[in-house]
Design a protein. Sequence first.
Length: 126
Amino acid sequence: MARRKTYSLLILCSIVAAGYGCGTKEPVSPAQPTASVPKHRFVQKGSVTEMTIVPEDVALPEAPGKNEFQSYCGICHSLKYITAQPRFPRATWEAEVHKMVEKYGAPVDTNVSKVIVDYLMVLNGK
Ligand code: HEC
């Protein structure tokens, strides 16, 4: 009687295990983005996941201010967020850069702002 109970328990366990796929699953890996592009690299170091960010693949015209634009305007959001905007007059781009500095704390001084606005006019000005 005791043996039969053990068998039934074993069978029940295997059904449950099969249902949940026990022992067949890969160990859980750190969260990976589902998008295939860009391919950031993730390395698990103890409890820390280190991420190497792939440079943004965005086509930018060669013009003065390109370096400043790339360095400062991609800190908080994608550069594509800017290149995807409609063409704006200079006053609008000036106001936009001013807003990034005053409201959001972009670390850009007045001289660099001017160079960036020049570049924004080449990129998306009208
Ligand atoms: C300190 C962080 C930070 C930096 C640096 C930064 N931005 Fe932004 N930017 C933001 C935030 C926050 C938003 C608002 C996002 C939202 O509302 O969804 C934003 C939004 C924008 C938008 C969308 C329109 C808008 O006004 O919401 C544009 C265009 C833009 N930024 C341009 C720039 C440019 C050009 C630079 C370089 C001078 C820059 N940003 C640098 C934080 C930053």
